[in-house]
Design a protein. Structure first.
Length: 626
């Protein structure tokens, strides 16, 4: 049934977002108190010990300090651009018992972060001196209020608006109103397949909204880049957003490769010179007027520092210098925004003060099926028409509150429009990643069998006459799952050992020289973080895998989103008499996991536990017939 009252639905979204905020804030507090600092560090929510580095004013005139962790402190971390952090000190002595951190009284914001180095923006220069003098310094993620505040404000803005383009889009998205289109013939793009060409043409004809539905390996990014390039033949500038920094980076990089001038607002995750060269900060600093602006800012700081009592001209000098600095800053901004054809940022990043007053004819939202609806409305206010791209049969948004999830917070705006207006959706139907037998199961279960394999990948395999999919049943192998706390979930140590044994056996079949010479890469996936960390530890300690360590990566399903490997192994972990499989019931996760494999997929799991669920029963039977 079509929704008849958009305002009530959005009010409900706002209430659910508040529920999620409360749940996440409370969970953050409880976990911070209950977990020892060692586990916080292990989870990637803290770095310790730290080496503080240079302090300086960045191009945004924020006072920053560089922080580095030890090179041997490997593993993922969860720090992100603009996220708040707090600091603590902790001695390396008394390692016998649980160490207690002493927290400093101020917070900061992540300005830039990579694998083992971070730059944080401080609110006060004196805080830098305190950090430099702190023995056993550490940094920890703090609860992020900002994203929730920005999303709530976006929903309130949509609820209040009347008679505007955003009010029209709100009513369109929530009712059975017909989306408007332009009438013109197809343009030919022979380097794309038929479905991709159709998707680009549907985007160009859309007056209000279009959706590019891209199953795994179907070239969604390629199609989206082409649609953006074609739009730029008619429009001066477009905005491109995504839920994650990584997705923004990926599409930005592809656009730069096509010669499109991109201005990247925010912090790139893919840290290399190519990415950095089109970030706002780097381009701002490279501008011809910047040295003069830097001199003026320095003069203002020096004047404030050395102010003399009784200096009657002090305020006039400060005002004059500030006025000139603001003038130059505006000139640089106008230049940077004027030259860019694509403005790229995350959804929350679209609230950045740099974008105040900016509007665009077209907004492209990639990863739209992973974004909360409230986050999508942040950039929508700047645009006339919206193009969503994603796959609602893959990973959903992360919602931690069961109550909010049950209430519908995880239902995305893209999913809502797919249901309401199927006529605006174009499904990409040819995949270029997987052996056909790996893809066929996913196609039949999730995409009504409409996704087919390109001839060049249909029979791809590592070994001749190889069976592309294998399920190793661990039912009779003494595998037991163990619960290791809410944050980590579950672990199955015997299954982890069997996973590595299966990989070792396969490598032996392929041959060491060939694996190394051809860089045959491997992904080991487990839905549970504890299993991931245990597998990483085992690989690190296993001499057999030493030559292959750069070719083997281990991560959660979420960690592998958007990636692919020649060989994928999945450790399902669950093994119990009750047939309980927890969040493995979310089949979209398994869709992501099984479709990461190009040539070989090996699943390890307790068939007695897993096949009580119809999806896993069908998957087990399908693999058994190959």
């Amino acid at each position: 049934m079509p929704y008849t009252n958009p305002i009530l639905e959005l009010e409900k979204q706002k209430m659910l977002l508040q529920t999620e905020y409360n749940a996440e804030r409370d969970a953050f507090r409880q976990q911070s108190e209950a977990r020892g600092i060692g586990r916080v560090i292990k989870r990637g929510d803290a770095w310790w010990p730290l080496t503080p580095g240079r302090c300086y004013y960045n191009s945004l005139n924020q006072y920053c300090i560089e922080l580095a962790r030890r090179k041997d402190d490997e593993g993922d971390h969860n720090f992100e651009h603009l996220k708040p952090v707090c600091f603590f000190s902790m001695s390396e002595e008394n390692t016998g018992g649980e160490r207690k951190p002493h927290y400093l009284a101020f917070t900061a914001t992540v300005s830039y972060v990579e694998e083992d180095r971070m730059v944080v923006a401080l609110s006060n220069e004196s805080h830098a001196a305190e950090l430099l003098n702190t023995v056993g310094l550490g940094v920890q993620m703090s609860f992020d209020e900002t994203s929730y505040r920005i999303m709530t404000e976006a929903l309130e803005r949509v609820i209040r608006c009347k008679g505007t383009r955003m009010a029209y889009l709100r009513d369109l998205f929530y009712t059975d109103m017909k989306a408007q289109t332009y009438s013109f013939g197809d343009i030919s793009l022979p380097w794309l397949n038929n479905a991709q060409q159709h998707a680009v043409n549907e985007v160009l004809r859309a007056k209000d909204v279009a959706i590019v539905h891209g199953p795994p390996g179907t070239g969604k990014t390629t199609t989206l880049v082409e649609a953006i390039v074609e739009c730029l033949h008619k429009e001066n500038q477009v905005m491109v957003c995504a839920q994650s920094n990584m997705a923004v980076d990926w599409i930005s990089e592809k656009l730069v490769d096509r010669g499109v001038p991109v201005l990247r607002i925010g912090n790139p995750t893919r840290v290399n010179d190519k990415m950095l060269s089109f970030t706002y900060e780097r381009m701002f600093e490279a501008h011809g007027e910047y040295p003069q602006l830097w001199s003026l800012r320095k003069a203002i700081r020096d004047l404030k520092k050395n102010r003399k009592r009784g200096d009657r001209t002090y305020h006039q000098k400060i005002d004059r210098l500030n006025s000139r600095a603001t003038e130059i800053e505006m000139t640089i901004n106008q230049s940077l925004f004027g030259e860019a054809r694509v403005i790229a940022c995350t959804l929350v990043g679209a609230a950045n003060r740099l974008l105040e007053g900016q509007t665009y004819s077209t907004l492209f939202i990639d990863e739209a099926a992973q974004a909360l609806e409230a986050a999508c409305w942040i950039p929508i206010r700047r645009a006339s028409r919206i193009v969503f791209a994603g796959d609602h049969c893959q990973l959903p948004p992360t919602v931690k509150s069961y109550e909010a999830m049950k209430g519908g917070l995880a239902t995305t705006l893209m999913e809502r429009i797919v249901r309401q207006k199927p006529e605006v959706v174009t499904l990409l139907t040819t995949q270029y990643r997987m052996n056909d037998e790996i893809m066929r199961f996913s196609s039949e279960w999730f995409y009504q069998g409409k996704v087919v394999s390109a001839p060049e990948v249909k029979n791809r395999s590592v070994l001749d006459y190889d069976i592309p999919m294998l399920w190793i049943d661990t039912s009779d192998m003494d595998c037991h799952e163990e619960f290791v706390g809410e944050s980590y979930g579950r672990i199955n140590k015997v299954e982890a050992k069997l996973t590595l044994a299966a990989l070792q056996l396969y490598f032996d079949k392929v041959g060491r020289e060939r694996v190394l010479a051809e860089h045959i890469d491997v992904g080991i996936i487990s839905p549970y973080r504890a299993q991931v960390q245990f597998l990483r530890q085992m690989i690190k300690q296993n001499e057999y895998f030493k030559p292959y360590r750069k070719l083997v990566s281990v991560n959660t399903v979420d960690g592998f989103q958007g990636q692919e490997r020649d060989i994928i192994l999945i450790s399902l972990v669950r093994a119990n008499d009750e047939g309980q499989i927890g969040f493995l019931r979310d089949l979209r996760r398994m869709n992501v996991a099984i479709t990461r494999a190009r040539m070989k997929l090996i699943i390890l799991g307790d068939a007695k536990t897993m096949t009580r669920h119809p999806f896993y029963k069908r998957l087990y039977e399908y693999i058994d017939t190959l």
